[in-house]
Design a protein around this ligand. Structure first.
Ligand code: PLP
Length: 391
């Protein structure tokens, strides 16, 4: 007899927890590991944001329970950001909710919208939380394959009618993790049309909304006509401002969905620490020069990695956003075989594509969140060893 619920029993160990175990063992045995696996920015949180947090910590009133939906400063800052960035007007009272990181919000949204047995339409490959949170809610997921020939966009017409009927939520994510794919507003228009027609709400995960290169500006799904009737969008301070440890994000859009999510949250987590919300509001309201600076760094890293991969025969187009490269494994390898060989022969950690869903098989993900010297070292090691592996 196990004490553990069937729900938890069916969940495989969190992907990066497993990789970290292997990494620790290799470090222990003296290997100089370069981790291009996890997507956690190596760049520091900008100083003005940390200073603001320290300042807010001095006010004893801020150290009490936070308000359930988030402090007014934070919700207003998110609404102002949407108006500035996308021209989308939001009511900070009813259309913005603070989250303890967007991961928390996504995981809690699923049981907010589905009953046991209902379907969630999930991009494949995608962020593992979508799948696992669906399983934890006793739901079923339907994988929407993302294919390179469709710019890693799902084909809505390929979803079987029976599944469409039982679907209570669709998840999307652009700029995408792990695919680094980006879309134009026309894709969101199509998605909203599908959502309206079948009355299936959409949650768009825009964790990388501000991690973009050159002229490309990632659209918000809320820019699509009628989007607020059927959609919410998750945003995060984590990747934009290197604030992953702060645990602060938000969800915006459809009022009814946001209200329902806040009911679930008010009975579980009581919200994020107010000084963190205030520091996050300050980040959104301040000069955005730091964001442009980070993106410039990611772009340089991305270009040298694309070149490095090309030089060993791995073909990839430079992405327009995110800090990932999604590349096909060399012929003759599965994703796991390739990533395991690279780790054993070079000490470089990559993520196998199939960890993000069955359609990720045949790919690997490179995260650009290491300093450029280390990235160059990784490219050199891969160059020297992979030629041998491929030939
Ligand atoms: C990093 C990431 C998140 C989580 O962000 P937090 O706000 O730190 O919880 C959500 N979605 C995707 C696709 C991510 O890569």
């Amino acid at each position: 007899m196990s004490f553990i619920s069937k729900r938890i029993g069916q969940i495989p160990p969190y992907l990066f927890a497993e990789i970290n175990k292997k990494k620790a063992a290799m470090i222990e045995s003296g290997v100089d590991i370069i981790d291009l696996g996890i997507g956690d920015p190596d760049l520091p949180t900008p100083k003005h944001i940390v200073d603001k947090l320290v300042e807010e910590l001095q006010d004893p009133y801020q150290l009490k329970y936070p308000s359930f939906t988030g402090c007014a400063e934070f919700r207003n800052a998110v609404a102002d950001f949407y108006l500035r960035q996308y021209g989308v007007k939001l009511d900070p009272e009813t259309e913005v909710l603070a989250l303890i990181g967007s991961k928390e919000g996504i995981a809690h949204l699923i049981p907010t919208l589905i009953d046991p047995g209902d379907y969630v339409l999930i991009p494949d490959p995608s962020y593992p939380v979508y799948r696992m949170a669906t399983m934890l809610a006793n739901g079923q997921y339907f994988n929407m394959p993302l294919k390179i020939e469709n710019n890693f966009e799902p084909d809505f017409t390929a979803i079987p009618r029976e599944i469409v009927k039982q679907a209570r939520l669709m998840l999307l994510n652009y700029p995408g993790n792990p695919t680094a794919a980006t879309v134009d507003l026309s894709f969101f228009n199509q998605a909203i049309e599908f959502a309206q027609k079948h009355q299936i709400p959409i949650a768009h995960d825009s964790a990388y909304n501000m991690v973009t290169f050159d002229e490309y500006k990632a659209p918000s799904i809320l820019q699509a006509a009628g989007a607020k009737e059927v959609a919410v969008e998750f945003g995060s301070l984590s990747k934009t401002y290197n604030m992953t440890g702060f645990r602060i994000g938000y969800v915006v859009g459809n009022k009814e969905i946001i209200k329902a999510l806040s009911i679930l949250k008010s009975n579980t987590d009581t919200g994020q620490f107010t000084p963190i919300q205030k520091a996050a509001a300050f980040a959104l309201n301040s000069n955005q020069g730091c964001v442009a600076k980070h993106n410039q760094i990611y772009k340089q890293r991305m270009l040298s990695m694309v070149e490095g991969l090309k030089s060993i025969g791995v073909k990839v187009e430079p992405p327009k956003g995110s800090f990932f490269i999604w590349a096909p494994v060399p012929k003759g390898y599965t994703s796991s075989e390739f990533v395991t060989s690279v780790l054993q022969q070079t000490g470089v950690i990559l993520t196998p594509g199939n960890a993000f869903g069955p359609s990720g098989e045949g790919y690997f993900r490179v995260s650009l969140s290491v300093p450029s010297e280390r990235l160059h070292e990784a490219i050199e090691r891969i160059k020297q060893n992979l030629k041998i592996m491929i030939s």
